[in-house]
Design a protein around this ligand. Structure first.
Ligand code: PNS
Length: 166
């Protein structure tokens, strides 16, 4: 395999819950950077209450990324650029799916760049099989008993069903 770029990248998100699309992005980032820190937002950012606590979301991701060896997972509740700084990250890496992601990410990019021009935001295009996969879509499927195979890790699928059936 080619050499990794030195340095740390942060992969931030709400991850409520983590999907296989997120895991794909984190895995690809871990092949480019020496160290990847997955940042799990521990605050409702523009969103309703989360289904899973930050601790649960961290635990789901930690279990999936363990084999990668250079990925750690932390919850954060401060500004993303501050969290990146605390971790010595020079880049924020996010996934981009269909066109609909662009407007939101463009706005976040401008805000983050204004606060921290030295931290570069980088975007990895979603793999085709995950292009239309989202945490909110998965929750809706789960609520109505849909099959989550191939969309989220198996432990997430079972605990999501349990949580949403309650
Ligand atoms: O789409 P997501 O998963 O809700 O993204 C969350 C995050 C933090 C990546 C996005 O909201 C962002 O880039 N925010 C920048 C502003 C910020 O730092 N907010 C505080 C987060 S605790």
């Amino acid at each position: 395999m080619a050499e990794r770029t030195s340095g740390t990248a942060v992969c931030p998100g709400s991850y409520d819950p983590v999907t296989l699309g997120h895991i794909d992005i984190i895995t690809r980032a871990s092949q480019v950077f020496d160290r990847v820190v997955v940042g799990v937002v521990n605050q409702p950012v523009r969103k309703q209450k989360t289904v899973f606590t930050a601790e649960q979301r961290v635990a789901f991701i930690t279990a999936e990324v363990a084999p990668l060896g250079n990925v750690e997972v932390q919850a954060f509740d401060n500004l993303l650029v501050e969290f990146a700084r605390e971790n010595g990250a020079k880049a924020i890496v996010k996934g981009l799916r269909a066109i609909s992601d662009f407007e939101y990410e463009f706005e976040m990019n401008q805000l983050n760049r204004k606060m921290a021009p030295d931290i570069e935001s980088m975007y990895l295009m979603a793999a085709p099989q995950y292009s239309f996969l989202s945490s909110s879509g998965v929750k809706e499927l789960a609520m109505f008993g849909g099959d989550l195979t191939g969309l989220v890790p198996a432990p997430v699928a079972s605990q999501l069903k349990e949580a949403l059936e309650r």
